[in-house]
Ligand binder design. Structure first.
Ligand code: MN
Length: 248
C-alpha cells in the first residue's frame, strides 16, 4: 500500500516536471501531450469499468484437525495444484477443477493418522466457503445448474442451487468401502461440507454403473459442470439478483 502510494506520487512528480518543461519549450506540444494523457486515462478508466470483476477467493482454515489453504478462481482455465494427502481425492478435485473451468490451488494438512474424515469434510467446507466468497452478492449469475454426465458404463446427475440455504442429497451407489486409498463413505461428507460452506443445495446421484471408481468420478464431473453453470454470468440479467426475495 505504502509502496504503491509512494510510487504513484513519484510518478506524478516526474510527469509534472516533464509536462512543465515541454510546456515551457513548446506550449502547443505541451497542451497536446496533456490532452493525450487525459484521453488515455479516461479510456483506461472506461475499459476497467467494462471488464467483469475478478471472481476469486482465498480461504485459510485452521483447526486442530486440519490446516487448509486454498485459492479458487471461478473464471479460470482448469489449472490445478492440489495436495490433500489422499491420492484418489486429489484426482477428484483435479478433474472437478478441469471440468468446472475453474483454477484451484489447494493444500490440506489433515490428521490422516486418525482417518480421512476430517480432511475430506473440511476440504468440502473450505471449498464451499471459497465459492460463496468469490461470488459476492451473487448478482448476475445463473444461480442454478444441472448436468447429466456419462462416463463409459456409468451415468451420474447433479443439480445445484446457490440458494443461500444448505441442503444435500448424495446417492452414489458405491458398494465398496475403499476406492484406491479413499474411504468411499466420505463422498457424502464432502458434499455435506460443500453445501454448508457454500450455503447451497447439492444433489448428486449415480443413476447406474458398474465401476465404483467411475461412479464417484462421474458424480464429481457432473457436480463440476452443474456448478460451472450455476456460477456462470447471465448477460441478460447482469445487474439483477436471481431471486424474488432480495437476498441470496
Ligand atoms: Mn479416474
Amino acid at each position: 500500500m505504502l509502496v504503491g502510494v509512494t510510487a504513484g506520487w513519484a510518478l506524478t512528480l516526474a510527469l509534472r516536471r516533464v509536462l512543465a518543461s515541454v510546456i515551457e519549450l513548446h506550449p502547443a506540444h505541451g497542451l497536446l501531450l496533456l490532452a493525450a494523457i487525459t484521453l488515455t486515462l479516461t479510456l483506461a478508466g472506461i475499459a476497467a469499468s467494462l471488464l467483469p470483476a475478478r471472481r476469486a477467493a482465498t480461504i485459510d482454515r485452521n483447526t486442530t484437525e486440519t490446516k487448509i489453504k486454498l485459492t479458487v478462481n471461478l473464471d479460470g482455465q482448469g489449472t490445478y495444484n492440489v495436495r490433500t494427502g489422499i491420492r484418489f481425492f486429489d484426482h477428484m478435485l483435479e478433474l472437478f477443477t478441469r471440468h468446472g473451468g475453474f483454477d484451484l490451488d489447494l493444500h490440506c494438512d489433515g490428521d490422516l493418522d486418525v482417518d480421512q474424515h476430517h480432511t475430506v469434510e473440511d476440504v468440502g467446507i473450505a471449498l464451499g466457503e471459497a465459492f460463496d466468497k468469490a461470488l459476492g452478492d451473487k448478482k448476475g449469475i445463473l444461480r442454478a445448474g444441472y448436468f447429466v454426465m456419462a462416463m463409459d458404463e456409468t451415468l451420474a446427475v447433479a443439480a445445484i442451487d446457490l440458494s443461500g440455504r444448505t441442503g444435500y442429497v448424495v446417492d452414489d451407489q458405491v458398494n465398496v468401502p475403499l476406492v484406491g486409498d479413499f474411504q468411499t463413505e466420505l463422498v457424502t461428507d464432502f458434499f455435506d461440507g460443500f453445501a454448508r460452506g457454500g450455503r447451497c443445495n447439492v444433489h448428486v446421484k449415480t443413476m447406474y454403473g458398474r465401476s465404483n471408481h467411475h461412479k464417484i468420478e462421474a458424480i464429481f464431473k457432473a457436480f463440476a459442470r452443474a456448478l460451472r453453470g450455476a456460477v456462470s454470468r447471465d448477460e441478460r440479467m447482469k445487474d439483477l439478483l436471481p431471486s424474488t426475495k432480495g437476498l441470496l
